[in-house]
Design a protein. Structure first.
Length: 216
């Protein structure tokens, strides 16, 4: 694990989201839930965009190109905003990704075979769960292209942190600045917890300095 990934591994989604706010950047996405495991997922992103099925028979199933392109520890992020209720991720994909040590998948849309993914201890984040197959409904439009997740543009090579609070993307070119800001915020939060443990009143710990800590 390189130094930047090691630093990212120690930060939760809220600290990273606060850092983006402090720097005037976007990247936080609400509404995508962790459906399996309790692990925090972090890493470099590969992207997949879903399109409506056009009747042309695909030569390979959606998501498989991204699995083969991903290195251990990377994260697959999928845009399924076709308006069709169908899963773009399922059990065989979870097993194939787990076998390649991919950190997890994040789906802006439905996923399925959730119990199966839990059995594999593979991290699946999605808007919702469904039983409906992609076959005959949606197909892979493109892999490793810019996609939209929530209201955030995600580009291949960007970074992500996802946990029980939500999903936060970091543009590759901003990673160092975001890491610096998030580490400083996390350190202040730890100091506040220490002060509470020592008996400092919470109104003092979370006073004016807390309210202004994200100002530029």
């Amino acid at each position: 694990m390189n130094n930047r990934l090691e630093r990212l591994s120690k930060l939760d989604s809220c600290a990273v989201s606060d850092a983006l706010d402090k720097l005037g950047l976007t990247g936080s996405v609400s509404g995508i839930q962790r459906l399996t495991t309790t692990r925090r997922v972090f890493g470099r992103v590969h992207t997949v965009r879903m399109d409506k099925d056009d009747g042309v028979l695909a030569t390979r199933h959606l998501g498989t190109t991204a699995i083969e392109a991903s290195k251990p520890g990377e994260v697959i992020v999928m845009e399924q905003r076709t308006g069709i209720d169908a899963a773009c991720w399922g059990g065989n994909l979870s097993f194939g990704a787990q076998r390649r040590d991919i950190a997890g998948v994040i789906v802006d849309g439905p996923a399925r075979d959730i119990d199966e993914a839990r059995d594999y201890d593979f991290a699946v984040f999605a808007r919702t769960a469904t039983t409906r197959t992609a076959r005959g409904r949606i197909k892979e439009g493109a892999t490793d292209v810019p996609i939209t997740v929530g209201d955030v543009t995600v580009t291949p090579g960007d970074y992500v942190v996802a946990d029980g609070s939500g999903v936060v993307f970091i543009q590759e070119g901003a990673l160092e600045r975001v890491l610096d800001a998030a580490e400083a915020i996390a350190a202040r939060e730890r100091a506040m917890v220490a002060a509470l443990k020592e008996g400092t009143p919470i109104t003092e710990v979370m006073g004016r300095s807390y309210e202004t800590m994200l100002k530029k």
